[in-house]
Design a protein around this ligand. Structure first.
Ligand SMILES: [Zn+2]
Length: 362
């Protein structure tokens, strides 16, 4: 069970508050925890909108998301007291995890389900088909991005002999790793939440969820700017990554990735290792990347063969989307040869607000 207070405490770091203050007229809708729902932070309580449309007036929602980063993206949009269940728990790869029936049971009473699609969550898809609920709203990230998602029945792609999904670039499910794609999801989910919890007599733009969505999209723009800032100072454009999760991120920022394991994080083949080793040597890359959810063995072999150091990129994190994306950015900065002093505050450290290696804010 993940309730909102834990997350909000972590998310609303001092830096995040500063950013919200500059970007928002009010952040009352960010205040998800029940305990503080009625009391906006003092500096935010002066806005008239808070009195007109108290988010505390909204009934909480039961929400299920498939993977941890979706939680971080949508949790701030929810009415206070809402619950968010994550089906694929932190520490587990997004590929091939069989969601336990006890976890899937949360889907039964969910008002809102948010998933990626493109075959990433076949167990969830099956469950949704087998237990339809007319009132349940299901948002599929891939559909928001214009993919005609097959909903996990694997009709739109094939498998290799090891059972790994063979997905073309156009159906790469790792949509959440692109901050601009994440904005589209936030916009869509906020609209669905407002349909589920309308506020009579309140203009749409003043709905707490809409205001929270604007803040979240501004935060994603900021994240986007930070990625661009790091890439602009890079001495290489190539990353050798643990599995093929970063194509969309790379395309967004003009990077190139060589994946040691494939799109579904299967066991790397000798040819994959050779390709990764050649990429490190040819481009004199300072680092290769492992991931917390998959075996580091192959990447370690590449590192041993080339002298590159081993860094971590986490495609999922534990639910704090921005912290994960900034930790990844700090690692990417090192992998791209951005010097620590060049990256603004040290690319290796956590830093305050989880924004290690991130330049000053706009
Ligand atoms: Zn993946």
């Amino acid at each position: 069970m993940m309730t909102t207070p834990t997350y909000t405490r972590r998310f609303v770091s001092r830096a995040a508050w500063l950013m919200l203050l500059t970007l928002l007229t009010t952040a009352s809708s960010i205040t998800v925890p029940q305990a503080s729902a009625a009391i906006a932070p003092p500096e935010l309580a002066v806005t008239p909108l808070a009195a007109v449309a108290p988010s505390a007036a909204l009934t909480p929602l039961n929400v299920v998301v498939s993977i941890p980063p979706l939680r971080g993206l949508i949790e701030p949009l929810l009415p206070p007291g809402s619950r968010v269940e994550v089906l694929i728990p932190p520490g587990v790869s997004e590929h091939g995890f069989e969601i336990p029936p006890a976890l899937l049971a949360a889907v039964v009473k969910a008002d809102l389900v948010v998933q990626v699609g493109l075959g990433l969550e076949p167990g969830l898809e099956k469950f949704l088909r087998s237990s339809p609920a007319p009132a349940r709203v299901v948002v599929v990230f891939a559909q928001v991005m214009g993919h005609a998602s097959d909903g996990g029945d694997h009709a739109t792609h094939s498998h290799d002999k090891d059972g790994n999904c063979i997905v073309s670039t156009g159906s790469d499910p790792h949509l959440w790793l692109d901050p601009i794609a994440a904005k589209s999801l936030v916009r869509e989910v906020s609209s669905r939440i407002i349909e589920l919890r309308p506020l009579a007599g309140v203009e749409l733009r003043d709905h707490p969820t809409r205001k929270a969505a604007r803040a979240q999209m501004a935060a994603l723009d900021q994240l986007d700017a930070e990625y661009k800032g790091v890439v602009a100072r890079a001495s290489t454009r190539m990353l050798v990554v643990g599995h093929d999760a970063y194509r969309l991120l790379a395309a967004r920022y003009g990077l190139e990735t060589v994946a040691i394991a494939g799109l579904s994080a299967g066991e790397p083949k000798p040819a994959d290792l050779a390709r990764a080793i050649a990429a490190v040597r040819d481009n004199k890359l300072p680092a290769v990347f492992i991931e917390p959810q998959i075996s580091p063995r192959a990447a370690q072999r590449v590192a041993e063969a080339t002298g590159a150091k081993v860094l971590t990129l986490d495609p999922l994190g534990a639910g704090d989307y921005f912290a994960t994306m900034r930790q990844n950015l700090a690692a990417i900065a090192q992998g791209l040869g951005v010097r620590a002093d060049d990256a603004g505050g040290g690319s290796g450290g956590g830093g305050s607000g989880g924004a290690g290696g991130v330049p000053e804010r706009r």
